[in-house]
Design a protein around this ligand. Structure first.
Ligand code: SF4
Length: 880
């Protein structure tokens, strides 16, 4: 009621609203003002974080927060009044627009931001243009001597740094991948297990930077998490300056194009494409766009919380999600962040990317010369799953709709510039008759694809067109045959794509024909574009040429996609191909359907990975702290080698191990709690609450099911927050995961609950993380894909349960790895499950004490801390 009467000062209105159960809360959100006044600056979106960002005293208690909010507002106003305010340019003009949009802060800030004497340049005029550079020559073949590698490592670690033998040996092992290759198709492949704390990053950056310097070539480092990308960017500063003398950056972070701000989409949003709150967001993004380092909106310097203050989809709508870029036809082409990143990375010494992008780039790079040849996969234990996702084929309703939109453009009266193929290639169509016919034929055939409202039509059993008819048949078959038990639980449903009913096979055949009727004219169109490029007409200037080349590239990719879908449908009725696992699925979340799909995965995705990534490369490293299996029995390397793809190119990888220098035996303790029965939700929630109280916060809670996570959070969060122990949760709080981790890191009394993504995406050294709690043993979900791979492993002689055990050990090792990130860290790892098989204990580092205890005892041990444990030996301790 107070908020409805008069605008109140708030931090993170959506979060406050969700905690109060009052969704319409609005007011003067300090985070919005911060984004306007300090664009592209980092701030943890909590009272504490805001106080730190503004240099104000951190409030000790919740009672001190209201005063902080007022002070923060004062500090923000003082910042804009400061003559040295770095973000003054553009502020007055933006504020005029924001006032028209009734942004609450406009009235507050207006008296303090004077109209500039000269008219302000607007964002697009302010951004620098990229320069076209010549092609980089091929790298020279060089040998790195051990002495040179060690000298480089010493230089990077700095004078007086402690000499770490493990790191020296590691750098030496890594340097071998940079030696000249001895046979085509046979890269140097190294697998390096690097225990936490050996200094892995500088260990590989030393030979990588030396090689780049001597050869003039580019090294790609690929990571799985954004967090490691951030860390790499900062560590690379030891080897490379921020800029070369010519102003170009030697180190570039490269992401998929859907991560970057598309200036054309932004312009469109600013000029009426967005309305209401989304239009306010567009103005704040434009402020950021003028000051950003590289235009990266997802995990770059755009605060992760900005999108969640508004509408999530609005951020995505400002990127180039669907490949609608018109390249040189775009008025902002020469300033485009995406084009700049692509050009910078072609000239860079070090490109920091992620696994998926590296694989996609290797598979379909626009320019084959830009394919990475020296590759370091950090977080190498994720390469298998990244390859699994990259080389998968999925024909789903959502994907088919995307194709329709790309072909036809928006059908209903939509705001904005989103356009279909014929609008994008209007000049080609008016010049080339055959091209125009091909475009018209493809667009006409595109009408056979699903359109908005398709899910409802499926539910009503009134599909429209051959693709919707296929999805309807798939949906019926999946509901009829699913035996996963997901039906009642509200989860997704699936069924093997074998022995399918005739209705599915017939529908698949008709859908395949429809897809072919789209693909064939697209191929014709591709041919026409090539002909135009081969014999360019007078009107085709360099920009037009670049645009047609871009269109040809986008076209080739769609043709490939449609062909893959046709192949998928073709095989539905035939005999199963043992190389693949095919299944049908209805994707659901909390019993609400959101997609229907036919999936195809490689049984071993490292096969295409080996062909596309390894074979053309000269040197590849896979490294991680959890690369090898922590089994006591057979060869610890067997699975890492199998999951590297080495066998498919007949290469024997070089193996190396550097053990962690951390003293796990005295700094960590594993507690397996024996008196929380499976399925007893009140007991589980009670245990979490008591552990968080005993620790005084600093707990990372990991769940295998979102439902249980929500239930536990719902039971404990309010009570703990009242005790000054805030509990944040993925899938509950309206905050992105990266920001949740930032909040957790920043507040030692906070705890964080989450699922898989937190198991190895959290790097929180120090006091903020002192206890990891797993609700149960992380068994793999027995879905169709898992069962097929398990069966293959058992046929290969490993045994199905050995396959499961390896997966669980890896997950436990990753989760345990969150606990001790530095020499000073100490803490407990707790599993709330009596059913913890002893054979899995080897997942923990050798020497780590493991105890099976009742909850009460666990709480005592947690409260007294790990470091006091030495005085209290446990005769019954189990040793992994
Ligand atoms: S070139 Fe493409 S991605 Fe870049 S701003 Fe223009 S339309 Fe957007």
């Amino acid at each position: 009621m107070a908020a409805a009467d008069t605008p109140v000062l708030l931090i993170n209105a959506p979060l406050v609203a969700s905690r109060l159960g009052y969704p319409d809360l609005s007011g003067l959100d300090l985070l919005e003002a911060f984004a306007f006044i300090h664009p592209a600056r980092f701030c943890v979106p909590t009272p504490r974080g805001l106080a730190e960002a503004l240099g104000l005293p951190v409030p000790e208690t919740d009672a001190a927060v209201p005063e902080l909010l007022q002070r923060a507002a004062g500090a923000l106003i003082a910042a804009v009044r400061d003559p040295a305010w770095f973000a003054r340019e553009g502020a007055w003009s933006a504020l005029q627009s924001l006032e028209r949009l009734r942004w609450p802060w406009a009235q507050v800030l207006k008296p303090h931001i004077a109209r500039p004497e000269k008219a302000e340049r607007w964002l697009f005029a302010r951004l620098p243009e990229w320069e076209e550079a010549g092609e980089r020559p091929a790298p020279r073949q060089v040998e790195l001597s051990p002495e040179a590698v060690q000298a480089q490592l010493a230089r990077l670690t700095g004078e007086g740094a402690e000499i770490r033998e493990g790191q020296r040996a590691y750098a030496q092992a890594v340097s071998r991948i940079f030696a000249p290759r001895s046979a085509p198709g046979r890269p140097h492949l190294a697998l390096a297990q690097a225990g936490t704390g050996i200094g892995k990053t500088l260990g590989y950056l030393a030979p990588a930077s030396l090689w780049a310097q001597r050869s003039g070539g580019t090294v790609w480092v690929s990571t799985f998490t954004k967090n490691l990308q951030r860390q790499l960017r900062s560590e690379s500063r030891r080897a490379w300056p921020a800029r070369r003398p010519d102003g170009t950056p030697p180190v570039v972070v490269r992401k998929g194009r859907e991560n970057y701000l598309c200036l054309l989409n932004l312009e469109d949003a600013l000029q009426g494409g967005f309305a209401g709150r989304a239009a306010v967001l567009a103005q704040l993004v434009a402020r950021w766009g003028a000051y950003t380092r590289d235009g990266d909106m997802i995990g770059g310097d755009l605060p992760g919380w900005l999108g969640t203050l508004f509408r999530k989809r609005a951020i995505a709508a400002l990127t180039d999600q669907r490949g609608e870029c018109i390249f040189a036809g775009c008025p902002h082409y020469r300033k485009c962040f995406i084009e700049r990143a692509a050009r910078d990375s072609a000239q860079a010494d070090l490109v920091i990317a992620n696994h998926a992008l590296v694989m996609i780039n290797a598979a379909r790079a626009r320019d084959p010369n830009q394919r990475p040849t020296r590759l370091i996969f950090d977080e190498g234990h994720h390469v298998f799953e990244a390859a699994d996702a990259t080389f998968a084929a999925t024909l789903s309703g959502q994907e088919a709709i995307e194709l329709r939109r790309w072909l036809i453009g928006p059908e209903r009266e939509a705001r904005g510039r989103r356009r279909g193929l014929s609008a994008r290639l209007a000049d080609v169509a008016s010049y080339d008759e055959a091209g125009a016919e091909a475009i018209a034929a493809a667009c006409k055939a595109g009408q056979l694809l699903p359109t908005d409202g398709w899910l409802q039509r499926l539910a009503d059993n009134s599909p429209f067109g051959p693709l919707e008819a296929l999805f309807a048949a798939v949906r019926t078959a999946t509901y009829a045959r699913d035996e996963s038990g997901g039906h009642e639980a509200g989860y997704g449903l699936e069924t093997e794509a074998s022995g399918l009913p005739g209705a599915v096979i017939e529908a698949a055949s008709a859908a395949g024909e429809a897809l072919a009727s789209i693909r064939v004219p697209l191929i014709r169109l591709g041919g026409r574009l090539e002909a135009i490029l081969a014999e360019p007409p007078d009107w085709l200037d360099a920009q037009g040429r670049a645009r047609i080349e871009g269109a040809r590239f986008a076209l080739a990719w769609r043709i490939e996609l449609i062909a893959a879908w046709e192949a998928l449908l073709d095989r539905l009725g035939g005999p199963a191909d043992p190389q693949f696992v095919d299944w049908l699925a209805v994707d659901r979340s909390e019993a609400r359907e959101f997609d229907v799909a036919i999936h195809r995965r490689w049984l071993d995705p490292m096969k295409p990975f080996a062909r596309v990534v390894l074979e053309p490369a000269h040197g590849v490293l896979l490294t991680s702290a959890t690369l090898t299996d922590r089994t006591l029995e057979e060869d610890r390397w067997a699975s890492a080698i199998a999951r590297s793809g080495a066998a498919h190119i007949e290469v024997t990888p070089q193996l190396s191990t550097a053990d962690s220098p951390f003293d796990y035996a005295s700094r960590a303790e594993v507690l397996i709690v024996t008196d929380i029965a499976k399925g007893d939700l009140p007991a589980l929630a009670g245990a979490y609450a008591r552990i968080i109280e005993a620790c005084g916060g600093g707990v990372l809670g990991l769940f295998t099911a979102i439902r249980r996570l929500r239930a536990v959070h719902g039971r404990i969060a309010d009570r703990l927050a009242r005790a000054g122990l805030p509990v944040y949760a993925q899938h509950v709080d309206p905050i992105d995961t990266g920001t949740l981790v930032d909040i957790f890191r920043d507040d030692p009394r906070a705890s964080l609950l989450g699922t898989d993504a937190l198991r190895d995406g959290v790097d929180v050294p120090g006091h903020s993380l002192r206890c990891v709690v797993m609700e149960q043993v992380p068994w793999p979900r027995p879905d169709i894909l898992h069962k097929a791979r398990r069966l293959a492993a058992s046929k290969a002689g490993g045994g199905g349960s050995a396959y499961d055990d390896r997966i669980i050990r890896a997950r436990l090792a990753q989760a345990f790895g969150r606990l001790i990130r530095s020499k000073e860290d100490a803490g407990h790892f707790i599993v709330l499950s009596p059913a913890f098989p002893s054979r899995l204990l080897s997942a923990f580092p050798p020497g780590t004490p493991v105890l099976r205890v009742r909850l009460d005892e666990a709480l005592q041990r947690v409260a007294s801390g790990v470091l006091d444990r030495q005085s209290d030996p446990q005769p019954g301790a189990l040793q992994p």
